[in-house]
Design a protein around this ligand. Structure first.
Ligand SMILES: Cc1cc2nc3c(=O)[nH]c(=O)nc-3n(C[C@H](O)[C@H](O)[C@H](O)COP(=O)(O)O)c2cc1C
Length: 217
């Protein structure tokens, strides 16, 4: 796939929701990072450990406040144009550590997931690639107002899917992954930057943008 040459400055947070050293989801996250960099996107690579919080406890929240890892999660979301999570599937759902981090982070005001852009990926040795974890993850994120991309990527039989070079052995699948990441970045870029581009175009034509009337801001 050709690299984009005219991309607006974009920054994407990427992390795998597995703590495991040899995590399949972390390997998948690396491929997502490569795909982002190939399309001129700056990457903020994080780990689940960066956002791992003590179990949610309303009394703790009232007495001590929001834990630092949740505040870090919020800062990293707010410092990015979008985020990608590569999530394992545990018992047909997302890992508890990830849900716990989302719960704590959602207690911040302003609530950082609102209107954020997100792409979901998963990897699992199973035939469905952990896809059910993504459907479970979609629920709290959409509840919080995150714009979760309709298409997702689930790597089936992930324990045999990677070559020695870390790439997907199935080149067609690798192309689909890169295509999905690029398509998502295009959507995020358009959503974030199109109003600005439209304003410039109106000014170029000699008109002055009027936010209320033209709805360009
Ligand atoms: C508690 C637990 C529950 C699991 N449940 C599922 C499951 O429902 N579906 C599935 O595809 N894999 C399941 N697995 C297997 C994981 O997909 C597999 O361990 C995977 O490698 C974890 O992701 P990671 O490699 O990124 O750490 C489960 C693993 C654990 C530890």
């Amino acid at each position: 796939m050709e690299a984009a040459t005219d991309r607006m400055p974009m920054r994407v947070l990427v992390f795998s929701a597995s703590h495991r050293e040899a995590s399949l989801n972390t390997r998948l996250a690396r491929l997502a990072i490569e795909a982002l960099e190939a399309t001129d996107v700056e990457v903020d690579a994080a780990t689940m450990a960066d956002f791992d919080c003590v179990s949610y406890d309303g009394d703790l929240e009232a007495s001590v406040g929001i834990p630092e890892p949740a505040q870090e999660f919020a800062r990293r979301i707010e410092g990015s144009d979008g985020f990608i999570i590569c999530s394992p599937e545990y018992n047909s759902s997302m890992p508890g550590v990830l849900k716990n981090a989302i719960d704590w982070t959602s207690r911040l005001k302003p609530q950082p997931f609102a209107a954020a852009h997100c792409l979901l990926m998963s990897a699992s040795p199973s035939m469905v690639g952990g896809n059910r974890s993504l459907w479970s993850l979609r629920q709290p994120l959409e509840h919080l107002g995150t714009r979760v991309h309709p298409d997702m990527f689930s790597l089936a039989q992930a324990h045999t899917a990677f070559g020695d070079d870390g790439q997907l052995a199935n080149e067609q699948l690798g192309g689909r992954l890169r295509g999905l990441v690029t398509a998502w970045v295009d959507v995020v870029e358009a959503t974030k930057h199109y109003p600005c581009a439209k304003a410039r175009w109106v000014e170029f034509l000699g008109e002055h943008p009027e936010p209320v009337l033209d709805r360009v801001q």
